[in-house]
Design a binder for this molecule. Structure first.
Ligand code: IMP
Length: 175
């Protein structure tokens, strides 16, 4: 069976790489040069963004991962989020940056911000590669946004459809 990668490129690999480098500069500018950053990525979608982001940073960084799943009550999403895999270490006194692939309704992110804030980090900020503001159901603060996009379903660069296409180096639309 021939494999056909989605060809409707929304954001090219070169544009993504350029923007991720810019975000790394922006983020690092906001912290004193000797401050260590602790990047917390949300599996699975955030893993490629995190990988490129840390390689563009020139200071001590540490990383950790969390896996969450939102589950529905009845037919509508309740906005409740279940932690499937928690962080390996605590956040007390650390400069934490949540690294997410995309903020859509904002429910996942606002929940994450709430539970991570309760763990007493020194600071807590959020970086999202993509934002779909037209879909927002709750107000959520995102400090660094790579690209603001319209309401289209996108895959690639970590984002999937039924676990496919995460490996594409670019972002493509499926719908
Ligand atoms: P939110 O809680 O609605 O903001 O959901 C965010 C999560 O939904 C992301 O971390 C993605 O896993 C998923 N998601 C939202 N939009 C897309 C998309 O266009 N493509 C792939 N996954 C998406």
């Amino acid at each position: 069976m021939a494999y056909e990668a989605p060809a409707n490129v929304m954001i090219s690999a070169e544009e993504i790489q350029q923007r991720v480098r810019e975000l790394a500069v922006e983020i690092q500018r906001d912290y004193a040069a000797d401050e260590q950053l602790h990047l917390v990525s949300v599996l699975k979608g955030g893993f490629i963004f995190l990988g490129d982001l840390v390689r563009a940073m020139h200071r001590p960084v540490s990383i950790d991962f969390m896996a969450v799943s939102s589950y529905a009550k009845g037919t509508t999403s309740s906005g409740e989020v279940r932690v499937l895999k928690d962080l390996d270490s605590g956040l007390d006194g650390r400069n934490v940056i949540i690294v997410e692939d995309i903020v859509d309704t904002g429910l996942t992110l606002s929940y994450l911000q709430e539970i991570l804030h309760a763990r007493s980090p020194k600071s807590l900020r959020t970086a999202c590669l993509l934002s779909k503001p037209s879909r927002r159901a709750v107000e959520v603060k995102v400090d660094y946004i790579g690209f603001t996009i319209e309401d289209r379903f996108v895959v690639g660069y970590g984002l999937d459809y039924a676990e496919q296409y995460r490996n594409l180096p670019y972002l493509a639309t499926l719908d």
